[in-house]
Design a protein around this ligand. Structure first.
Ligand code: PPE
Length: 307
């Protein structure tokens, strides 16, 4: 169970965690009409700092734009809200969850009649797929559920409603004894995990599905591509099939919650590395070093919460 933190930012006000409530008539509860973000704040030598905060806020705005949601705050105001909330909750490291929903007042399938309500929550979230997963890797299952495509629910927007699709895949994988699901698109190419992008390593080169395949335009994915290239690896964005996963030397997930989590097996086929391979380990280390402010050239990715 999530441990409460002290305050929640709700429509410009800091309210007590226990008072952060909404009415049952809230439109988003009935129709999935919300957009959200997941962001991490890391402890650094210079205090808590939020990883790629501006990129996350910009993605939230893009998601809102798709659904005709007028967010009544500027990007700068949301950046400030996130920083202020971490400060007031006195957290050195945490997960942040900005959420914009169609709120209270109207029912029916035209969302624009319901007001847009915006909030930000924080909580302490450890290793998403387990502490051990970061070292030993996870077992994934290719889901029988297809990922929503560009003309169903655009995967580039992080809408709350589309996550019931990921939920189906995740439940199927867990019930079959795996740790995570990997979804294919309607043409059979790999998209992403239920909440992570995916990379394969073969012969020292990295590959990840292109955004056009229907994965989320992950901010960790973008960071890892940059880190890997800076380390001298070739990285290509190309369509991957399940065969590419089964026969990879190494593979890993990336995501705000999942960070860089190695894959150990896909559909009962052990990857050549059989756990965290050397390339994954190097990239994972670089990622954590960058996120914790230990590498000067990536300091620009960090927004100190100040205070
Ligand atoms: N694909 C999907 C489907 C996805 O939900 C995420 C983030 C990613 C890729 C990675 O994107 P990014 O975080 O920008 O690197 N998933 C968020 C929600 C996790 C949850 O369980 O809730 C996250 O990692 O915050």
């Amino acid at each position: 169970m999530i441990e409460p933190t002290s305050k929640v930012w709700m429509d410009g006000k800091l309210v007590d965690w226990g008072d952060a409530r909404i009415h049952l008539l809230t439109h988003a509860l009935h129709y999935g009409t919300g957009v959200f973000e997941g962001i991490r704040c890391y402890a650094t030598e210079r205090g808590p700092a939020i990883f790629r905060l501006r990129e996350h806020v910009r993605r939230l705005m893009r998601s809102a734009h798709l659904y005709h949601m007028e967010v009544p705050y500027s990007e700068e105001e949301l950046v400030d809200a996130c920083r202020a909330l971490v400060r007031v909750n006195d957290l050195s490291a945490c997960y942040l969850r900005p959420l914009a929903i169609r709120g209270y007042g109207e029912m029916g399938l035209n969302p624009v009649l319901a007001p847009v309500e915006v909030s930000v929550l924080t909580w302490v979230w450890g290793a998403f797929l387990g502490e051990e997963a970061l070292e030993s890797g996870v077992r994934a299952k290719i889901s029988s559920w297809k990922r929503n495509d560009h003309n169903m629910l655009p995967p580039g927007a992080k809408a709350t409603g589309q996550y019931i699709n990921s939920g189906l895949a995740k439940m199927e994988a867990l019930k079959a004894g795996y740790d995570e699901a990997i979804m294919l698109n309607t043409t059979g190419h790999v998209t992403d995990g239920s909440g992570e992008n995916v990379f394969v390593v073969r012969d020292g080169e990295l590959a990840t599905p292109p955004i056009s395949a229907g994965c989320l335009d992950g901010i960790t994915r973008d960071s890892v591509m940059r880190l890997a290239r800076d380390l001298g690896y070739a990285v290509t964005e190309r369509d991957l099939t399940r065969f590419d996963l089964y026969t990879a030397d190494e593979a890993f997930f990336t995501g705000t919650a999942a960070e860089v989590t190695p894959l150990r097996e896909v559909d009962d086929r052990a990857l050549a590395s059989d756990g965290r391979g050397p390339v994954t380990k190097e990239i994972q280390q670089a990622f954590f070093d960058a996120a914790h402010g230990r590498i000067e050239r990536y300091r620009g990715w960090l927004t100190p919460v100040g205070g």
